[in-house]
Design a protein around this ligand. Structure first.
Ligand SMILES: [Zn+2]
Length: 422
């Protein structure tokens, strides 16, 4: 990209507001709203937001603006990750890694520290050292998980919801999973109390589920988003109809399902281990462990056939949901414990590829991580699509992602709050 700094020439003749304008000129714009790509557009960014989007021809010159000639480039919204993990600490390196891969907003769906509220406030004020973060603060789980299972009664659950909302929870999440019969599930009375209390606080309600029966229960109890797909069986039509009728969203986490077995593939692990884009997010010593210890563990995992089946079921269910017009988002389950290798940044791009393999079009995938995620996470006023007034969180690509969604990896620049993230 050619960068021209014109500010100096006009330093004494323009207002300070005009001096902060950055123009990205001559781009092909894919705005996330689902319409056709628009060629030769100019995007004006100011004070962290998009000020104007218009055809380059006839774009009124703005004195003092920084002009970045992006001829031949493609611009999409930044990736919103609807199911991510920022933890265990430290937070900054993880949010930085997300941003370097084009994730401009992520959810944190596990346990967060008490400074989350202050941290989010600083981000809102423009202190962006990585992806923007939204958090559940706490995850309601069954025994024996600690943290997660401290609350025993519905009353205690309600009290905890009050507490985490006061501490800055953006969403409220329950984890309903018997882990193949190894553990007890949260009881219906308990999850019902959590959902009800979250509703009183007007918070978006999320559930981790695996099995259809648990998904049905949570839907009956008023969940807004299933943050994994149903994976124990193909979704029956009546359930799909219910999801649609109640406007419930589903986030399929195919990259996660694959991550449970893919490192055990073949004698050397999956081919993508050699991909520079994959290696970008992984120190050499961890890559070495992935090729040895992790490969052996996953190759010899007795559950391997089960993970493969669940991955396949997730794909089928995703395609069914999309075809039926159920609202769907984008998420990966990346992050969390390091030895799981749910790699932040890489997972988001892998997820796109796997959604493509499930039968979704590039446009459907782009909309899922931009417009749809902003809507289902309740942040569409400021994020999601690229339009005047919204946050200037956008990606500059050298290849057209509408030709192949894997071209999202041709990431040349990430703009976060109107500034190039480096
Ligand atoms: Zn998760």
């Amino acid at each position: 990209m050619r960068r021209l700094r014109l500010a100096a020439c006009f330093a004494f003749s323009v207002s300070s507001a005009a001096a902060q304008v950055t123009l990205l000129t001559h781009v092909t714009l894919i705005d996330g709203a689902g319409g056709p790509a628009r060629g030769d557009m100019t995007i004006a960014m100011e004070n962290g937001r998009i000020r104007e989007i218009a055809p380059s021809a006839g774009f009124a010159p703005l004195a003092g603006a920084t002009i970045i000639d992006a001829t031949g480039r493609f611009v999409t919204p930044g990736i919103i990750n609807g199911h991510g993990h920022v933890g265990p600490p430290a937070r900054d390196p993880q949010l930085r890694q997300y941003a370097l891969f084009g994730v401009t907003t992520t959810t944190s769906m596990y346990f967060d520290q008490d400074d989350a509220q202050a941290f989010k406030a600083a981000q809102k004020a423009g202190d962006l050292r990585g992806a923007r973060m939204l958090t559940v603060m706490y995850r309601f789980m069954s025994e024996p998980f600690r943290p997660g299972s401290e609350m025993k009664t519905p009353e205690e659950a309600r009290g905890k919801v009050d507490e985490i909302v006061a501490k800055g929870a953006d969403f409220v999440k329950v984890w309903v999973d018997a882990q193949g019969g190894r553990y007890p599930r949260l009881t219906p009375e308990f999850t019902s109390a959590v959902m009800d209390q979250a509703r009183k606080h007007n918070k978006i309600r999320m559930a981790h589920v695996v099995e259809l029966a648990d998904a049905r229960r949570m839907v009956d109890q008023g969940v807004n988003i299933l943050v994994h797909n149903v994976r124990d069986q193909e979704m029956p039509d009546d359930f799909i109809a219910t999801l649609k009728a109640r406007d419930i969203s589903v986030i399929s986490t195919l990259a996660r399902e694959e991550g449970l077995f893919v490192y055990g593939d073949g004698p050397n692990g999956p081919a993508f281990l050699d991909n520079p884009f994959f290696q970008k997010g992984l120190p050499a010593d961890r890559l070495a462990l992935l090729r040895t210890k992790m490969r052996e563990e996953q190759a010899g995992d007795a559950n391997r056939p089960r993970w493969l089946r669940m991955f396949d079921t997730d794909k089928k269910n995703l395609k069914k949901l999309v075809d039926a017009g159920v609202r769907y988002g984008f998420g990966t389950d990346s992050g969390g414990a390091l030895d799981r290798y749910f790699l932040q940044g890489w997972f988001e791009h892998r997820q796109m590829e796997l959604m493509r393999d499930a039968g979704l079009t590039p446009m459907q995938i782009i909309q899922s991580f931009s417009q749809y995620n902003s809507e289902i996470l309740g942040i569409a006023k400021d994020f999601g699509t690229l339009a005047p007034g919204k946050a200037a969180d956008l990606l500059v690509l050298t290849k057209n992602p509408l030709d192949d969604i894997a071209n999202m990896r041709s990431l040349e620049a990430v703009y976060l709050g109107g500034r190039k993230f480096e």
